[in-house]
Design a protein around this ligand. Structure first.
Ligand SMILES: Nc1nc2c(c(=O)[nH]1)N[C@H]1C(S)=C(S)[C@@H](COP(=O)(O)O)O[C@H]1N2
Ligand SMILES: [Mo]
Length: 399
């Protein structure tokens, strides 16, 4: 028996021309790719924005206005991410046979090919990681040990960087493909020229695949958008949270999950306000006896769902003034949470200054339920949901 030679093995590996679907072609790839590129660009920019809102750097004058801004940018981030999934599947399917193009001969051509393939590898890998990790985060399933936020942010730069390289390399092909009708586009891969849509009306055409990809992306967006767009709520079967929950608002983390039940339901609760090392305490009845304000404000979760509600409580600004601090101070909010992240948040002075930034006692006209943050929680305009700290026990002015 003779050992198989390299040539024997090579014969077993398919060649691009072995993939017979006539629906593939650069006309399709370029169009779906353009849509995907636009979705990625919007997703990237809104993602960077979310990162900045989460932890505003000093140079960015981020404040409580416009009230709905984070709700819109983060809703858009999640919707464009989800719409990208059918687009990337079709895009990958349309170029898949190119994986089997045989390496060119000659060291220089080989090097160029290797670099191009490496950049495509980085693009495909990072894109799949972004969409998959985003999706799992929405589902609140964390089968990993790394920090979601830091990793999702870092890999986003790899994805967008390799996307720019890819577009630069492919620009001539993209231009040519977009300039011609979708069925006629001539491939840079000569093997594809034999395929021609319009002589076989029975076959799946490139146009059908393209329209199918766009329709799936549109449908995916529509079916998710209801978690943030009120009038789409009823049809949003994909939304992980449909905007419903006790007191008309979803709950992300329950008091039990946060290990806050015991402290939060203790009748001897007092809120501590610390100014210059001096602590003022107020129990819940005293808080309720202070002048109350009511505002309509949204909870806008990083996971893309959002919902407006009517909140009643004491303005944080009023509390600080009462405790002897200037109304324009930065404060550190601590909760009674004993398990998991998001137990504290920093309220920058711009937010504290706004009288709509509340230490809320009531939601939609009723006392807060335990899961919505009883006895009191922070609610401020234009803030990511994770910073709307529930079960507040202490407010400390930072000098
Ligand atoms: N102390 C504390 N506050 C918290 C959280 C938390 O885990 N711990 N989760 C936040 C997140 S991620 C969101 S979206 C909102 C949700 O508030 P809700 O459950 O009242 O709708 O609460 C925020 N406040
Ligand atoms: Mo959230």
């Amino acid at each position: 028996m003779r050992l198989p030679t390299v040539d024997d093995v090579e014969k077993l590996i398919p060649r691009p021309e072995d993939f017979e679907s006539r629906a593939r072609g650069t006309g399709l790839t370029a169009r779906v790719g353009t849509a995907l590129g636009i979705a990625f660009a919007i997703c990237f920019l809104t993602g960077i924005w979310s990162h900045l809102q989460y932890d505003p750097p000093g140079w960015l004058p981020l404040g409580p206005q416009p009230t709905q801004l984070y709700r819109i940018t983060q809703g858009t981030h999640v919707i464009t991410g989800i719409a990208s999934i059918p687009l990337i599947l079709v895009k990958l399917w349309s170029v898949f046979p190119r994986l089997f193009i045989r390496p060119p001969r000659g060291p220089r051509a080989l090097l160029v090919e290797a670099l191009e393939r490496a950049s495509i590898g980085a693009l495909v890998g990072s894109s799949i990681f972004m969409l998959a990790s985003g999706l799992l985060n929405i589902a609140q399933w964390y089968p990993w040990d790394f920090s979601f936020r830091a990793t999702h942010y870092a890999v986003a730069w790899v994805a967008i960087g390799s996307l720019l390289v890819h577009i630069a390399v492919k620009l001539p092909v993209i231009r040519q493909a977009l300039g011609a009708p979708i069925s006629d586009a001539v491939d840079d891969d000569p093997a594809d020229d034999v395929h021609d849509d319009h002589d076989d009306p029975e076959s799946l055409t490139r146009r059908t695949v393209m329209l199918g990809a766009f329709a799936s992306a549109g449908l995916a967006a529509l079916l998710t958008a209801g978690q943030t767009v009120p009038f789409l709520r009823k049809i949003s079967v994909f939304a992980v949270r449909d905007g419903e929950g006790p007191q008309g608002l979803p709950i992300n983390r329950t008091a039990k999950a946060a290990g806050a039940v015991e402290a939060a339901s203790d009748p001897s609760f007092v809120l501590e306000i610390i100014v210059d090392g001096v602590t003022t305490t107020l129990d819940r009845d005293q808080l309720a006896a202070l002048p109350q304000r009511t505002h309509e404000l949204p909870i806008a979760c990083v996971e893309g769902w959002s919902r407006s509600a009517s909140w009643t409580g004491v303005a944080v600004r009023d509390l600080l003034e009462m405790a002897g601090a200037p109304g324009r101070s930065e404060v550190l909010v601590r909760s009674m949470q004993t398990k998991g992240a998001f137990g504290t948040s920093v309220l920058p002075a711009r937010f504290v200054e706004d009288h709509r930034t509340l230490l809320a006692l009531q939601l939609n006209g009723e006392d807060l339920s335990l899961d919505h943050g009883f006895p009191c929680r922070i609610i401020a305009p234009n803030r990511p949901g994770v910073l709307q700290t529930k079960w507040v026990r202490q407010i400390e002015v930072r000098s």
